[in-house]
Design a binder for this molecule. Sequence first.
Ligand code: GMP
Length: 309
Amino acid sequence: KNKDFKVGLVTDVGGINDHSFNQMAYEGLQRAAKELGVTVNVIQSKQMTDYVPNLTNFAQQGYDLVIAVGFLMHDAVEEVSQKFPDTKFLIIDSEVTDRENVSSAIFKTEESSYLVGAMAGLMEKEKVGKVKGTNVIGVIGGMQAPAIDRFIAGYQQGAKAVNPDIKILVNYANSFNDPATGKQMALTQISQGAEIIFQVAGGTGDGIIKAAQEKNVYAIGVDADQSYLAPDNILTSALKRVDVATFDIIKDTLNGNFKSGVVYFDLKNDGVGLGTVNKDVPQSIVDKVNQLAQDIKDGKITVSDKVSK
Ligand code: GMP
């Protein structure tokens, strides 16, 4: 009976092999097929003009739930969800609040990013591992947009909280699937003294991690636990559990518990968190970062989602 329930996933141009954002949505979908027995299908967008036709395709075929991966699909979801009021939609990373048939998943990644920023700041302060102590770190965002700036904002606040004099380089690659540009930007930041670079750019980040490996500095992974991509050079990862959100919302919808409006994922509900920590990080730093996580959960620290200049 569950196999009559059909879920369609429309990825963004990053595609299901991006080692991060789109791939995690796909993993959540696969888990739903396996554990819940629902029928699933994927369409990968090649360009932005594909969003509306791809979402429409699933809706027209009578899919029960159509999932749009990424804030770039905001307008497309507004448009298609109005044409198909009996189809349920989930959008990741953007708020569509004026439709009964749309649920929006928002991740408070400023919280996990505060933790990776604090870890980077403490590594610089204590000059441990591969860090020589330039007191310069960097972050490369995919695009200037609220979903990206949450990460950057948290990173800045976490690093400054433990190391007020630290310098944080900020650049945007303007793409989520351009590893060559990611690598070039990372090499530039490294030449400017950055010893730790946070990748907030989906598939573009593969190039950032490559640059960190080549120059033997640290990268910080994003979305997934990216430690496996470069075990010596990934300091840790800022997890964003798009897989869990996707699975949970499929399950709720299947069970008749679809909720329109915004669903938040944060440190407290394990929607965001820290990935595998590099063996170079001393236990004392891990302990401090864990304490900060507790303080955020307890409401003793509030992290802003706005980037500072
Ligand atoms: O990878 C870091 C963050 O960048 C993710 O959590 C998303 O917010 C965003 N991101 C990564 N890849 C993509 C993509 O292909 N499309 C969109 N819209 N956002 C992406």
